[in-house]
Design a protein around this ligand. Structure first.
Ligand code: GLP
Length: 243
């Protein structure tokens, strides 16, 4: 079920992931894409921008739904995932920004923001293809290790390990928001295909546990073992514990 594609390095991982995404968009121009932030997918976004500029892929009919957003950050805050997506992808391709969606971290009413987002993703029929990174602790979106799997979009308290890992992108660790709105694990599982990207030794344990560990909410990514159509594209270091 879970197909593992081994990549030589970060660039190779990025091109292979971009190939899979562009094939999806070519085959179904009005594809619904679930998108992810983090450092890992940036190379795939860059490659897709390059192919768009060469005329090989057209995003004019694509709709996108991002996994998560920090609670309390405005859409133009450079640390927000709204900003990240425009900066790293949307502003460089021919996507209609009205067709791009990210949970509304600027809405302090967590219940309303999450319910509204769930409805939007459901009305879109859920992603044809969901791109996922993986946290060092096996989190997907911002679904942190827990004693149960989450369902729909909800507000989460970030773990210390995630705050620390993500603080590299902020000036000071205190600046990292403590909460986020994230699509739930159940929503992620509704995607018809899931593409996970991972690189570097820091991800090796999480990648191993995702593919070969017990299915447990202590490693949220392990639920992907139960999905019928998952592809993991990972470099050698991230796969080093899987041999
Ligand atoms: C964040 C995001 C996740 C992402 C993870 C790993 O916490 N919410 O969606 O997968 O970080 O990020 P990176 O790719 O930078 O290692």
């Amino acid at each position: 079920m879970l197909k593992i594609v081994s990549a030589r390095d970060y660039d190779d991982m990025s091109r292979k992931a971009a190939n899979i995404i562009s094939a999806q968009v070519i085959l179904k121009p009005d594809t619904v894409l679930g998108l992810a932030t983090g450092s890992t997918p940036i190379g795939a976004y860059r490659q897709l921008i390059d192919w768009y500029k060469k005329g090989d892929v057209d995003f004019s009919q694509v709709r996108t739904y991002n996994l998560d957003e920090y609670r309390g950050l405005g859409h133009d805050d450079p640390q927000s995932y709204h900003y990240f997506m425009r900066d790293n992808f949307f502003d460089h391709i021919n996507i209609d920004l009205n067709n791009t969606h990210v949970p509304d971290g600027a809405n302090p009413d967590a219940e309303a923001a999450c319910a509204e987002y769930d409805k939007m993703v459901a009305d879109a029929g859920y992603p044809d293809l969901q791109l996922l990174g993986i946290g060092n602790n096996g989190h997907i979106g911002f679904n942190e290790p827990d004693d149960h799997f989450s369902k729909g979009t909800h507000c989460v308290d970030l773990t210390e390990s995630t705050i620390k890992a993500n603080s590299r992108l902020f000036e000071r660790e205190e600046d990292v928001p403590r909460q986020a709105y994230t699509m739930g694990v159940q929503t992620i599982m509704y995607a018809r295909m899931i593409l996970v990207v991972a690189n570097g030794a820091a991800k090796a344990q999480a990648v191993h546990d995702m593919c070969f560990g017990p299915v447990t909410p202590q490693c949220p990514a392990s639920i992907l073992q139960l999905h019928p159509n998952v592809v993991l594209v990972a470099d050698k270091e991230a796969l080093s514990l899987c041999e």
